[in-house]
Design a protein around this ligand. Sequence first.
Ligand SMILES: [Zn+2]
Length: 268
Amino acid sequence: MHKCQVKLNNLTYPSDFFKGLGSRSVYFLAIWLGCVLLASSPLHAKRVIWGEYQKIIAIDPGHGGHDKGAAGLQTTFEKSITLSVARFIQSELEKKYQTLLTRNDDYSLDILERTALANQAGAALMISVHTGASFSRQKTGMTIYYYDEMTKLEPEPSSVDQTPKKQPVNNDDLVQWDTVYEKHLRGSIFLAEALQNRLMDDLQVSDVRIAKAPLLVLIGADMPAVVVEIGHLTNPDETEDLKTDVFLTQIAKAISAAVDDFFANYRP
Ligand SMILES: [Zn+2]
């Protein structure tokens, strides 16, 4: 509407044509003309293409700075692996999409800030990248997590309840961040399955699991969002793979293809 009004201000009225019309008619005619011009202009066409094809994908490299994440064998740290693979994912995705790295260097970043950055950018998807770690050096494979609140435990029944009753809270002005993700749950599971298929088929990884967990980075995400653990730093063979650019590039290509699959097949 504002753009229409800008167009209106720039118009010079052919006075003879509009003379017989009232000022209100001239106003509405000019608005109509302005909107037609805007709709048929190259600027509008570009805007439509931008909206259709230039979706923003947020990539979140886990940890950073003093938060080294999992410490692997051979002094390999999770924060370095996640940043490296995130950069490879970005270079694959930016051929087709806009991309946002929640961190692009070795510094710490609050978990909720990562989600906030993706929300503020209006990201269509968020993929947070981590590596796994286990007490067992034998444990291998990848896991894709979507958010799911753990079942709430009922409080212990007590015959004498001395707990003061909680005051009711007026939640009208609060954003219920724990429910923001709910509307993207189906999309998040769809994204997890697309990633699982690509990582198994394209990367020939036999063990790619999908699991649910109450992960803080996902809770306030206002878009389909998942955490991908791309291997175990506690497993010597997987650590060797994760240290090579070749393997990280293969992961990036598989993730990029999964994003394409998501947009090609997901119907909200
Ligand atoms: Zn991690």
